[in-house]
Design a protein. Structure first.
Length: 190
């Protein structure tokens, strides 16, 4: 009798939820590049580059000046107290800014004078989330718009405008950070 009672509890024991796995944090890279993730699109697995004071995906020749003449299509970044900076071991720091005003519409660029960002330019608010994606002000709202210089896609931060700057065909994407073990120190064109 007691044995049959135990058997009747067996389905309940099997149906009990397993304990939740221990939470693990994605390690934050010190220096990183950014890869665009937008499945089934022309920007999927694209590399983010910096040139002419702006950021792009699929820019073949960003014309950066790097140590050891190793300039490639990817820009290297660091986070410093919530600010996104282009990695460099010398020279002035090149710092990213976002202009979410009505005029800026989410303009995402960089300046070589971090003490003097453009009017309405926000320089802090950047972080890497638990998935390893770069976020601004807690949002993964980054946009890439086609038909920029040399066939590249220009980058914007979502400011509630679907096609900022008069662009058409813009796509939202996740900005996955990829840790770089041996980054090249570069200065990007402005």
């Amino acid at each position: 009798m007691k044995f049959s009672g135990l058997l009747s509890l067996l389905p309940l024991a099997v149906a009990a939820p397993a304990p939740a796995p221990a939470a693990t944090e994605t390690p934050q890279p010190d220096v990183f590049s950014i890869m665009s993730l937008r499945s089934a699109s022309p920007i999927h697995f694209g590399q983010v580059s910096a040139a002419l004071g702006n950021f792009f995906i699929h820019l073949a020749a960003p014309n950066a000046t790097c140590e050891g003449d190793v300039a490639g299509p990817s820009a290297y970044f660091q986070l410093e107290d919530g600010a996104l900076v282009l990695y460099s071991t010398d020279g002035p720091r090149q710092q990213a800014y976002v202009d979410r005003s009505g005029m800026g519409q989410g303009n995402f660029g960089y300046t070589t004078d971090p003490t003097n960002p453009p009017r309405n330019g926000e320089v802090t608010g950047w972080a890497i989330n638990e998935a390893g994606n770069l976020v601004f002000d807690g949002s993964e709202g980054l946009l890439a718009c086609p038909n920029s210089i040399d066939g590249a896609w220009s980058l914007w931060v979502s400011a509630g405008v679907t096609n900022p700057g008069g662009n058409e065909g813009c796509l939202g994407f996740s900005a996955r950070t990829i840790g770089i073990d041996e980054p090249a120190s570069c200065t990007y064109t402005s």
